[in-house]
Design a protein around this ligand. Structure first.
Ligand code: PEP
Ligand code: MN
Length: 337
């Protein structure tokens, strides 16, 4: 249920209104917008008498029942784009932001080389997996805490904010120096994990599950938001279809529809979507063309020797060339990078 407020209502009146419902066991979302300011009630609102609330609260202009399940993530309550800022990076609000780095953290030399190089090329966030979700238990599982300290060191050297994947909630205390918490595709519906990252005060990048619908994806974002964290970035990373020639099928139409249905920033991961290095640049160009808010690109100093996902990783020169192309296109569109 959403209440649209009269213009010029004081913050004290808004706080008192929210408290009334929070005391009754609901969560509330405050959504100031360019057209109007709204308060959304989250919880089971079936028994709430909307007309009485409108009639008895002078700060409320009118009320509406929200039909979408994803009340916090949807545009009905929050028509303006959410903008998330991390270091010099901006997600949403017209920027096109590039995250780059290797699939997994392997050693100090690799991390230093890649971090320095992608920064020089123009990436705004450095990625690297310390805990890796691998299909086979015999594959490299990541360096764990040692990987996280190598990432911290790279952050000190370059100033680039970090993103890394957390696989379960017990790992969260280790991620203090990580600026954006990544929830991987395989954990998109790990509801306990979603609730936990809903309680931390930093942005979460949520990747779409391999076989999940857009509605399910938005409901997972809703879990994080309903737990108190509104800084969610959605990432389309390809879904599983009958096609086996590419690793996954990049659902670009889905990415555009997400931006229509939700105010959250949406980025594309062409690396995991395609699984093939030569497709990363064309799919990045497509992502710019359809208007998403950024890309995440796997980049490695020596892809042939990568311990994970080398076939889809760009080398440092290929990444630099792609960045120049991205800059040209994004600037041509009048967007910031
Ligand atoms: C990754 O980004 O390293 C990763 C494992 O991606 P996904 O969860 O999309 O497979
Ligand atoms: Mn990978």
């Amino acid at each position: 249920m959403v209440f649209i407020l009269e213009n010029g209502v004081s913050i004290e009146a808004v706080t008192a209104f929210r408290k009334e419902f929070e005391d009754a066991g609901f969560s509330t979302i405050y959504a100031p917008g360019t057209e109007h300011t709204a308060i959304c009630l989250l919880g089971n609102t079936a028994a709430v008498d909307m007309d009485t609330i409108v009639a008895t609260h002078p700060i409320v202009a009118y009320g509406r029942r929200v039909t979408e399940q994803y009340k916090a993530a949807g545009r009905t309550v929050h028509p303006d784009d959410t903008v998330i800022r991390v270091g010099n990076a901006q997600f949403g609000g017209g920027a096109f932001t590039v995250i780059a780095g290797p699939c997994s953290v392997e050693n100090e030399e690799q991390i230093q080389l890649v971090a320095e190089s992608v920064k020089k090329s123009g990436a705004k966030v450095f990625r690297g997996g310390a805990f890796k979700p691998r299909t086979s238990p015999y594959s490299f599982q990541g360096l764990g805490t040692e990987g996280l300290s190598l990432l911290s060191h790279a952050k000190k050297q370059t100033g680039l904010p970090l993103i890394s994947e957390v696989m379960n909630q017990t790992q969260l205390p280790l991620f203090e120096d990580v600026d954006i918490i990544q929830i991987g595709a395989r954990n998109m519906q790990n509801f306990d994990l979603l609730k936990e990252v809903g309680k931390i005060g930093k942005p979460v990048l949520l990747k779409r599950g391999l076989c999940n619908t857009l509605e399910e994806f938005l409901m997972s974002a809703e879990y994080i938001m309903a737990s108190g964290n509104e800084q969610v970035i959605l990432c389309e990373r390809g879904i599983r279809t009958f096609e086996t020639a590419t690793r996954n099928t990049l659902d670009l139409a889905g990415a555009v529809l997400l931006k229509e249905k939700s105010h959250l920033p949406v980025i594309v991961d062409p690396s995991h979507a395609a699984g093939i290095r030569s497709l990363v640049a064309p799919m990045t160009r497509a992502a710019i063309a359809v208007g998403v808010d950024g890309v995440m690109i796997e980049t490695h100093n020596n892809p042939a020797k990568a311990l994970c996902d080398g076939a889809q990783s760009l080398d440092l020169e290929q990444f630099d060339t792609l960045m120049q192309d991205i800059k040209r296109r994004v600037e041509f569109e009048g967007r910031s990078l």
